[in-house]
Design a protein around this ligand. Structure first.
Ligand SMILES: [Fe+2]
Length: 184
């Protein structure tokens, strides 16, 4: 096997491991954060399942996510299909609310998210919680291509994203109270 082929294979395996670990952590974080809202037991279960499977669509584009983190415009465009692909893969198991939550985990209150560009109240509350847990974990964890950010920087970035309408400010406020002291 040529060296470059070997490197590609190793980076794909690392990307799969990273995807698996991120999904597990986001599952736990989303449930902890969801516990700060008055959710019913069934809603928390839907949230946990959706959080664990939110990026499962990336399995079908693992070459795309196994690079160094920098994507071309065309690759970024392709990546925007991962919520829908995830719903196609595991939709039956997610149930109708779970499907919506996975589908909406990259929607933003400012309407600039994807795939549908939903705004504010059009976004399912559980998807808003999942989005904050997802962002928090992405910033606070080591990635294949970069080290984690310091906690103070993570909190600042979450608050900036809330101010810009990328994340739900009410959810970010609860997340900062919950994780701002470094306990996950
Ligand atoms: Fe995602």
């Amino acid at each position: 096997m040529a060296n470059s082929e070997k490197r590609d294979r190793i980076s794909r395996i690392e990307a799969l491991q990273e995807l698996w670990q991120h999904s597990r952590r986001v599952g736990k974080l989303a449930v902890t954060l969801g516990g700060k809202f008055s959710l019913k037991k069934g809603e928390l279960e839907v949230l946990e399942r959706a959080a664990k499977l939110h990026d499962v669509g990336k399995l079908l584009m693992i070459r795309l996510v196994s690079g160094n983190g920098s994507l071309t415009a065309k690759e970024r465009e392709k990546l925007r299909y991962h919520p829908a692909l995830g719903v196609l893969l595991v939709g039956l198991w997610l149930g109708s609310t779970g499907r919506e939550v996975v589908m909406q985990h990259h929607e933003q209150p400012n309407g600039l998210g994807y795939p549908r560009g939903l705004r504010e109240d059009q976004i399912h509350p559980l998807a808003g919680i999942l989005a904050v847990a997802d962002h928090y974990d992405a910033l606070a964890s080591d990635r294949c291509y970069r080290k984690r950010f310091k906690l103070s920087k993570v909190i600042q970035m979450l608050e900036d994203e809330a101010a810009l309408g990328i994340l739900n400010p009410g959810v970010v406020e609860k997340a900062v109270k919950l994780w701002g002291n470094g306990v996950r």
